[in-house]
Design a binder for this molecule. Sequence first.
Ligand code: ZN
Length: 289
Amino acid sequence: MRQRGWPITPFAILFEEGERGKSHASIGRYPPRFDRKIGGGCSSKLISGGGVVLFFSPHQDDELLALGAYAQHVISKGADAHVVLCSDGTKSCVRQILGDAHSCDKHDGLHDYRLDEAAFSDARDREYLASCQAIGYRPSRIHFAPRRAVDGSLSREEASAIIQRYLDVFPGAEVCTISPLVGESQHRDHRHLGEAAVELWRKGRIRRLNLFVEPYCLEAFRSENPDVELSHVAADGFKKAGLTSAVSQYCFWDPGVGRYAIGYHSVTGEFDAFMKEPASYWHTADGRM
Ligand SMILES: [Zn+2]
């Protein structure tokens, strides 16, 4: 059964043929692999940093829920935006939910889809790829970090290596990732990614660093950092429709084509809230950090 209420725009054509390396054989050949030549196809002007914005997402769906409205905004202004997924997303409890032979309140029938971790990660990657395109990223700008971390174990060192790999290709790029200042309740992968970016900014490796607060962490952030002003951008009109389409990719249920609405099973309330008010919130790295 289709997810109630969501417009469905499957990008099934992207996943029909080809192979993209060992862990992604079932996904298809898009986007092209960038582990050898990250900047393939970019002009020298862009490689020098003019207009390049790099978005680093800890897991599938953070690039939408935390970074998506801002990404859509800069893409609409003509930025050359790249998004990099930094972990494999294998440890979500949704893998058990899909295979436990129980029903769920979102779909008819019993869920009896026993995916191993690789197949589960591939399914999450399909959601990420399709959703990023709905945000407005060109397919060639949607990346999987080479040697991305196992979900839940993204260290500062791994995060730093990933960010630096892309900065080597796009020195001077604006960098966007998750703020590490939410406090104890924040997911460790999120905090490590933010801390790695701040460290690189302190060392002068990052020219401009925007640190995004997950919408569901705004209260915790504000209580931890009462003096830090947040900027925000909200989407309305056709931009809201674009983000609605991006959300629908995480809600798309069609097990026959390897689509299991993993994002929506995982953080239903967060997606519902984002749909009502799609927005990104961020602060800039500055002297206080
Ligand atoms: Zn379900």
